[in-house]
Design a protein around this ligand. Structure first.
Ligand code: NAD
Length: 295
């Protein structure tokens, strides 16, 4: 089946980036949000990001207008009924995701492929709740989706080989590099990244060194583009804590146990970039300043 129309659930940080790359891949896109305000804000972020490409002369104004013509926003789930592929990118909550898939399972064609952009939840638990276990996979983009070239395709034990192939082709059409992972908590990238970030947070909690020195050590000593504590703030400390909990539950390995400092910060609303404060103060997002907290 040639995929033509893609339905995207959620137009937040990930959803809006995914909308952009799917439009640029030449597909018809319909994006669904919860309310008019969230929809307007998501679509305006897509617009602004495309406008940046125009300014950089990587897109003409006409090309941008043509892409936008292929984008539709809606508040009605049923409007996604005729899509060939669904990409879900709403809050990281299994019940929320399952409730959406349940409705779509009832109104989409039997051959519509369902996918989730979850970073840490079980794809198996979502697929099992639908009538299309062979046509349900993880499609894990990285933030920011228009920039990061990787897509992890998560395959459950039920995924049909031809659907995996279609998703690989789809990712390549978006000019992404697909890699395939089994549906184990953390897939590939987060499985390896999470213990590293948790170790950096543990180091702060154990007063091994300050935030600036830990980040400088990893950047300048290992050549990483960004230090682990700044990266943790950018990803969202709440998301990291949730992912760590999921991995600890699955592997019962202390490397994945969220350190007490992480949990305290999440409880206090220090989620990083999104809430304006984490290990850094993001009031000026281009110039984050380490927070002076008694860690
Ligand atoms: N932020 C990241 O770095 C990152 C990276 C990869 C994957 N993810 C995953 O992507 C998903 C979305 O994350 P995000 O960072 O974009 O979150 P976000 O909070 O920025 O966006 C979520 C959006 O979903 C919308 N939403 C919630 N319930 C909805 C519903 N029932 N129908 C339609 N829209 C709904 C919200 O209004 C919000 O705009 C999560 O599963 C997350 O784990 C995040």
């Amino acid at each position: 089946m040639a995929l033509k129309k893609v339905g995207i659930l959620g137009c937040g940080a990930m959803g809006s980036g995914i909308v952009q790359v799917v439009l640029q891949g030449g597909y018809e896109v319909i994006v669904r949000e919860m309310d008019q305000e969230a929809l307007a804000s998501g679509v305006s972020n897509v617009n602004a990001s495309l406008e940046k490409l125009v300014k950089k002369e990587r897109l003409t104004q006409e090309q941008k207008a043509d892409l936008i013509k292929h984008l539709k926003g809606t508040l009605e789930l049923e409007d996604l009924a005729d899509c060939d592929l669904i990409i879900e990118a709403v809050f990281e909550d299994l019940e929320t995701k399952n409730a959406l898939f349940k409705v779509l399972d009832g109104c989409c064609r039997a051959d519509t492929i369902f996918s989730t952009n979850t970073s840490s939840l079980s794809v198996t638990r979502m697929a099992a709740e639908t009538s299309r276990k062979e046509r349900f996979a993880g499609l894990h983009f990285f933030y920011p989706a228009p920039v990061m070239p990787l897509v992890e395709i998560i395959k459950t034990i039920s995924l049909a080989p031809e659907v995996l192939q279609e998703l690989q082709t789809f990712a390549k059409n978006l000019k992404k590099f697909p890699i395939v992972a089994k549906d184990n908590a953390g897939f590939i990238v987060n499985l390896l990244l999470t213990p590293f970030l948790l170790d950096a947070i543990r180091a702060v909690g154990n007063s091994v060194a300050g935030v600036t020195d830990i980040d400088a050590g990893i950047k300048l000593g290992l050549g990483h583009p960004v230090g682990p504590l700044m990266l943790a703030d950018m990803i969202g400390l709440n998301l990291i804590c949730k992912a760590a909990d999921t991995m600890f539950e699955e592997y019962k390995d202390s490397r994945y146990a969220p350190p007490p400092l992480l949990r305290k910060m999440v409880i206090m609303g220090y989620h990083g970039l999104k809430t304006g404060k984490g290990f850094y103060d993001w009031s000026d997002s281009k110039n984050p300043v380490p927070v002076q907290l008694d860690f």
